[in-house]
Design a protein around this ligand. Structure first.
Ligand SMILES: [Zn+2]
Length: 201
């Protein structure tokens, strides 16, 4: 299956320990290489083998969820992201990944429930919280702003799919406003086109 997973840019740069048998740099290289080549089965096998040897790890569990949805296996992606949420229910990155998986699974209302709560949290609080700077998720202030803005885009896409055109336009406009201010995003043009059917304002 073609790589349609937009979350790589977030999952590629955290300060993660993974475990003592593989360094974070090597793990991230392996992850990038396998996700770019679409070799999801190998990536899934590697992550599962790491998860068997580590303490419960919501970040790694979230990466596994991303690999499952990259492969197109939504049931296992949901199972995996729900496990990540059970380990760390407050993690903004995990909740955004969850909403993204729900979106691809056609569960737009459920995705909006997750996103509405997430977007209430100021970036400063995320950055100072347990998944903030220096944690495995490493949500620095910039990355926290990015997750919040990507949540705005995902919210827009959910409203579009549900036929709420005004809300779609509102959230897309706000998303673009933050982009213009220099806030980063993990969505490439092709993701945006795919998720909104190429519809522009
Ligand atoms: Zn986290």
């Amino acid at each position: 299956m073609k790589n349609k997973k937009p979350s790589n840019k977030y999952t590629s740069h955290p300060k993660i320990r993974v475990n003592r048998t593989i360094s974070q740099e090597l793990f991230l290289d392996v992850m990038d290489e396998l996700s770019e080549s679409g070799d999801w089965d190998t990536l899934i096998d590697i992550i599962n083998s790491l998860l068997r040897k580590t303490e419960p790890d919501h970040w790694l569990q979230g990466v596994l969820a991303g690999a499952y949805y990259g492969k197109g296996d939504f049931d296992l992606a949901l199972q995996s992201i729900n496990k990540a949420i059970s380990i760390c229910g407050g993690c903004p990155l995990t909740r955004w990944t969850c909403a993204q998986i729900l979106f691809y699974n056609g569960e737009y209302v459920h995705a909006l429930e997750v996103l509405n709560k997430l977007m209430c949290e100021p970036a400063r609080e995320i950055h100072a919280g347990p998944c903030g700077s220096g944690s495995d998720c490493n949500l620095t202030l910039d990355r926290a702003e990015g997750v919040l803005n990507d949540s705005r885009f995902l919210t827009a896409a959910c409203y579009q799919r549900l036929g709420y055109r005004c809300l779609y336009q509102y959230f897309l406009t706000v998303y673009k406003r933050y982009l213009a201010k220099g806030v980063g995003t993990c969505y490439a043009e092709e993701n945006i086109e795919e998720m909104t059917g190429g519809e522009e304002l």
